[in-house]
Design a protein around this ligand. Sequence first.
Ligand code: A2P
Length: 339
Amino acid sequence: MRVAIVGATGAVGHELMQVLERSSLQLDELLLYASPRSAGKELTFRSRPHTVQVTPEGPIAADVILASAGGSVSKALAHRWAEGGGVVIDNSSAFRYDAGVPLVVPEVNGEAALSHQGIIANPNCTTAIAVVAVAPIHRKYGVKRMIVSTYQATSGAGQKGMDELLEQTHMVLHGKEASHHEFAHPIPFNVIPHIDAFQDNGYTKEEMKVVWETHKIIGDDSIRVSCTAVRIPTLRTHSEAITLELERPASPDEIRALLAEAAGVEVRDDPAAKLYPMPLTASGKYDVEVGRIRESLVFDGGIDLFVSGDQLLKGAALNAVQIAEYLQTHGALKSAQRA
Ligand code: A2P
């Protein structure tokens, strides 16, 4: 099988290569694409140098095309890439809300991937991390309302976001004033309740993505979802405080037992031992950490919990590769035309 990465030099591209090295995909050849700025650059995969090429504007001769070069690039080119016969698994928001494009988290709605027409969308990172924990609860107890407050790492803005955190922190520590390019305000020693553009209803687009994408992935528009999305000065891994109102009451012990069996989840919940989800422990991990599971003081029989999930992995690269693995396991990967 031949796999292509579009956006190979970016933060998610880097993680895609790491995840592919450990993946069960029967990968024979890897093609790497980025902008003309990176053409000719060499990246190492399976201990061998691979040359980065300029992203094609026409069909890509690969069975799986993992795209993470931003929404405008995908919007303009993804349909053309898929004309090579392979499937595009797109990390941007360009196609997530299109009716004919499945939006997939394999643990939750893997079967949706099987009905693709050339493009499968990888969800927004915050939503992907949340639904891994919330979908099993919804299946058993029925989620009526879901209130989310996020603590999102700078990795959500790509490599440039992480670089800005490090560089600007260095500036501040040396008595200089921090500037900002990737974020609405300086990020060091700050917390910014503004990710993506404000919408007419006062929510940001990032917050509305959590609403729209939770509905599409779980397949239930009746869940009332509200989100406050906040950028914090960490390098990677998003955390989220989630409050759930349930149709059928559940105790914290029942939720702990349910999530202990759930795919993609690691229950990390022993406050007496100072064990709970944190970016420091969840970074680099495939599973989403879930903890601080307790009874809601607001909704009778409801639940409060806290999750930390690596945005670059389950929120992006890992989920994309898991979609490809799901297609392979179900015999649904077509062979692309060879150039
Ligand atoms: P490049 O490194 O050549 O700019 P990140 O999200 O970490 O910023 O990464 C974005 C990725 O998307 C990088 O690999 C970047 O390549 C790539 N990219 C950005 N613009 C384009 C473009 N117009 N065509 C193809 N790839 C692009």
